[in-house]
Every structure is written in structure tokens, then in C-alpha cells.
Unconditional design. Sequence first.
Length: 331
Amino acid sequence: MGSSTKKKKEKKKDFQKPKLKVGKAKAKPSNFTDTSFKAKSIVVNQQTLVSEFSDPTEQFKQQLSVAVNAKADNQRRDALAYLTNQLSSAPAVNPVGTPAILTRLLPLLSDSSSSVRTQLLKLFRALPPAEVRPQVEKVLMYVRGGMAHLSQDIRSDTLNVLDWLLDAAGDEVVSCPGGWLKTLNSFSSMLGWNPTVGSAVNNKGWTSAPRTATIATRKGPEVQSRQIQVLAKFLQIGFRPEEKVVFDEKAYWDNIYRLPAVPSPFAHLNLFGVPRDEDSEMYPDRASRQRVFDAKWRAAISAGMEAAKKEGGTVGRAAAQLERALGTGME
């Protein structure tokens, strides 16, 4: 009895063994998805999830953070585009203020992506000029750094930012601490125009270094002509005569006794700041800018301008524009 029961169990086990499949397997459908894998984590491509009903202030701050900290170029560009739309709307939406925006976004002047730099300039153009003027010294610090960058594309885009800044706050650019001489030093390094006197071969203060060795000429005349055009615009604003103010007795006493309406009205005195050198000084009026330009830069820029005029083309036309700016400003 026991032996017969064992034989039945063995037959059942043999019957339950899987049968081997012989031949070609059945083709899988075109929409088949293999779900047998196991993932340790799930990465979402779009890392910024914005709710339709979220707080606009928090949404603005979140996009500002993405514009600065996102690793992908398209994320930084899209975040800047969102901020630009908010600043361009009517009324403008800016819960953090222009100083905070400039502080966070100015380092992007040296961003490796050209699309990010282009969108950044659009955002700057959407800022109110009246709110940009008190921040000119901070903006110029990053602009001068971009003008001395190793990348030619970054230097060219930085020139566009300087062009915008001259339109928004030209008088503040040429009169703030370091705004006049330090910016001229940056133009000198870009154009290869050296103001050193004493080491020059001729008696005009022009060194014997070949102009053709600069990066601007190797990149094409468009780059050099653009640099000369922005320099001419910078000099035109610096040499622009001050408007004559008609004497008003009431305004005279208001100027003496009323509280100043501008930030740091006595900054040119530098009463409590670090002692400045010649390059970091403020030159608040046309006469002081003319004097220091004539003593330090006129010979070098005139020599470089004459050499550029001989090249002709777009460079020669830009040099002619610079010559008119010098002739009008230094007469």
C-alpha cells in the first residue's frame, strides 16, 4: 500500500515539471514595455514644478533661484525668460526689488551659454532705469570683469550690457567711483591701446607692440568696430556739458536745508571710506574728466584711433565716430 502511494506522488511531480519550449518564441507587440527592471531612484527631467495656484511671490523667488543655481542651460534660460515676462508686465511684478535681482543675476554675465547671456540682457532692459542708477557701481564691477574675460563671446555680450547701462544711467556710469578711469583701462585691454609713456619707441606715448596680435583683429573687424563704437559712446557721455540751471531762490534754500533725495549725496568726499587711488576716484563733472583724460589717455587713444582709421571699412567708420566724440568733447 505504501509503495503504490509513493509511485502516485512521483507521477504527480513528473506531471508538474515545466515543459521545455521548442521553436521560435512568439513576437512581442510593438507597444511592449519591459517592467522587470528595478530602479533605486526616479529622476524627473523637469525639476521645477510650478502649481497654477501657487503664491506669485514664492514662484518669482523660485524662478530666481533656478536662474542662478540650475545646472542645465535651458533651465536657466527659461527661468530668466519667466522673470523677464514678470518685469515687463503691466504692472511689473518684482517682489524682491531691483537691487536683489542685480545681486543674484550679475554673475551670469560670465555664463558659458550664449542663450543665457542673451536672455539676461533682455531682463536687464526690463528693469526701471531709476532703480538701476543707485546700483551702477556694483554693475560696473561685473561689467569690467566681463570685458577682461578670456572668451571673446563673453566680452562682446558684456559690451552690450555696458551699452544698455550707458542708456539707463550714463551720467552715473562716468561719475561713480572708478567709473571713468577703470572703465577706460578695460577698453585699453580690449583694444590693445597701451597708454604707457616712456617705454614707447616714438615720442607720442605709443608702444611698438603690433596691433595685429590682438584677439579682436583675429576675430574680424566687426568685433573691433563694436568696441570702438561703445568707447565713443562712453566718451560722448563723459564729455557731455552739464545743463545750466537757472537760479531759483527757493530751490537754492531747498538745496541747503532739505534732506537729499539721492543715496550717498556726499560720496564724492569719501569721508568714511577707504582711501582711493587715481583710478578709483570719482570724477563728477566734465572738467575733471577732461583733465585726467588729457593727462593719461588722450595720446594713446588718439594713436590707436589713427591706426584704426587707416584700416578702413567698419573699423574706419567707427574710428571716425570716435574722432568726432573726441573733437567735440575736448574742444
